[in-house]
Design a protein around this ligand. Structure first.
Ligand code: RIB
Ligand code: NA
Length: 311
């Protein structure tokens, strides 16, 4: 099995369940509240750890109680945390999240220590990084650091996966270092600079990214599943049925499933299917990481789905 390294954010998610989202200037009372481990980087790493991947993480937390809790939590989930630093005088990243009864969310991020991840952290971890084959990025740490790391890693012959979330301006030079870019519907339009209807424009939008230098676009389409787009080729890989309770972290779980499958030798097509399955399982409970499956839970789910499909 190939080793995977996640370079990214670690947040504490403060999640309030609301009947509906507040209007500007309005105060609402929540119907439930809890804190969870989150952040796109941490979510991907934990999902991989649960699946039994060989996974390590590079990131930063504050030297507060949240930071040490998070490092312990990662270890308990099978993640190598030797690339995580606790920064003095910084707070651990926080995400304030509202979830409505439909499972939709609204999120405010306070990056804290995540905002301090620097190119020097990549250099300092270089030897350790070279032991991994597949690298996963998201956009909750400074883009300059992401761009620097991708360039170095691509140069070293590694596989680079970018989940371009949350949508942020990217330097043009970054695209040619991306093997797999996994935008959702909003993000693909953002990066392609198009604002038209999704399905009609999907291929066109993906082609803009391919022309910029991305090798393969994996467009996540929520309940529709995902599209794998290379050259002139567009393949739709259907989602598994799921009743969303909280979609927070669905994309992170998809990415983890996708990377895990690649690491174990699956084709990109198969890997998208595994991403869909891990995503479907992860949205069944409140909290980004609460219902991320183990390998055996994933296998059981895939068997059930296969039996169901055959009638
Ligand atoms: O992708 C979901 C994550 O986005 C949440 O866990 C939250 O921390 C935000 O960063
Ligand atoms: Na969840």
């Amino acid at each position: 099995m190939k080793a995977i390294c996640v370079i990214g954010s670690l947040n504490i998610d403060m999640v309030a369940a609301v009947e509906r989202f507040p209007l500007p200037g309005e105060t609402l009372t929540s119907v439930g509240y809890s804190t969870y481990f989150g952040g796109k980087g941490g979510n991907q790493a934990v999902a991989l750890g649960r699946l039994g991947a060989n996974v390590r993480m590079v990131g930063k937390v504050g030297s507060d109680i949240h930071g040490s809790d998070y490092i312990r939590h990662l270890r308990m989930n099978g993640v190598d945390t030797s690339g995580i630093r606790a920064v003095k005088s910084a707070t651990t990243g926080v995400a304030m999240i509202l979830v409505d009864p439909q499972g939709e969310n609204q999120i405010i991020i306070s990056p804290g220590a995540n905002g301090l991840l620097a190119p020097s952290d990549i250099d300092e971890n270089w030897e350790h990084l070279m032991e991994a084959d597949i690298f996963m990025f998201q956009l909750e740490v400074p883009i300059g650091t992401v761009a620097y790391a991708m360039k170095q890693l691509k140069g070293a012959g590694k596989t680079v996966i970018l989940d371009p979330a949350p949508a942020s301006q990217l330097p043009d030079a970054i695209f040619k270092h991306i093997d797999y870019m996994t935008p959702n519907e909003t993000e693909i339009k953002y990066y392609a600079g198009r604002h038209q209807q999704y399905v009609l424009q999907l291929k066109e939008a993906a082609n803009i990214l391919l022309r910029k230098g991305v090798n393969t676009v994996v467009a996540k389409a929520g309940a529709e599943g995902a599209y794998l787009i290379r050259d002139i080729d567009l393949q739709h890989i259907a989602a598994y049925p799921s009743k969303p309770v909280d979609t927070t972290g669905a994309g992170d779980s998809f990415n983890a499933g996708f990377a895990f499958a690649l690491a174990t030798g699956s084709s990109p097509e198969e890997a998208v299917g595994i991403g869909n399955a891990v995503g479907a399982l992860a949205i069944r409970q409140v909290g980004a990481q609460s219902s991320m499956p183990t390998k055996s839970e994933l296998d059981t789910f895939l068997r059930q789905q296969e039996a169901y499909r055959r009638g």
